[in-house]
Design a protein. Structure first.
Length: 224
């Protein structure tokens, strides 16, 4: 299954210069980013720590692009409203650490935000079968979550294909994003499998020219 349109590009600020975070968000926004991806890590669910809702609120004035917030925290539910109020537009929760993820997704929708579900490499796609009616975005982790700069796991391509079929069968407009190891080569592999959103960290923020980096990723994922 090939994506029918060029993928959305969502630079991950995890790879930005934390000392200049506002300017970095504004820079990729002006360079053509579709969304801004914000990785929230707690040092418990994943082996790293980043930031909380205060950072989301502080960065919100620097762009009008959607904030795609990925909660890699445990527990999740007590913090959803805080991130929504801070300026998140989309909120991803993980299937792996939430026994009541159905309720979490309903809560995100009730707050007026787009619900997303994230899935780790070892989790089978069938785990999402009973929440597809509640999500707008599926985020396939193509690395083990916790750190930027990892190598894309090509073992996840069959999962993307399966999830694309499952999503299409609902008749709903569900985005499928990939997060981890995205570059011009892997962006093409992922979009050929059915993904239509790319979270890109070092392949954007590791380049001097953010605009050309974003354009290269978008072109790599363009249907042939």
């Amino acid at each position: 299954m090939v994506a029918l349109h060029s993928p959305l590009i969502a630079p991950s600020i995890l790879s930005a210069d934390f000392a200049r975070m506002g300017e970095e968000v504004a820079a990729v926004s002006h360079a053509g980013a579709d969304w801004l991806h914000l990785d929230v890590m707690d040092g418990h669910f994943v082996p790293n720590m980043t930031f909380g809702p205060g950072m989301i609120a502080a960065l919100r004035p620097y762009t009008d692009k959607p904030f795609d917030v990925h909660l890699m925290i445990d527990p999740t539910d007590p913090f959803i409203e805080a991130f929504a109020n801070a300026g998140a537009d989309h909120i991803h929760v993980h299937i792996e650490n939430n026994a009541h993820v159905h309720r979490s997704l309903q809560h995100i929708r009730a707050l007026g935000k787009k619900p997303g579900i994230a899935i780790c490499p070892a989790t089978p796609p069938e785990a999402l079968q009973y929440v597809l009616d509640l999500v707008d975005i599926i985020l396939v982790m193509t690395v083990n979550p916790g750190f930027g700069g990892q190598k894309f796991l090509e073992s996840q391509l069959p999962k993307i294909r399966t999830l694309r079929r499952m999503a299409d069968a609902t008749g709903r407009d569900i985005r499928i994003g990939v997060d981890g190891g995205v570059d011009v080569h892997t962006a093409r592999l992922a979009t050929e499998a059915g993904a239509d959103m790319m979270v890109a960290g070092t392949s954007v923020y590791g380049r001097k020219d953010y605009e050309s980096a974003i354009m290269a990723l978008r072109e790599a994922g363009r249907p042939s």
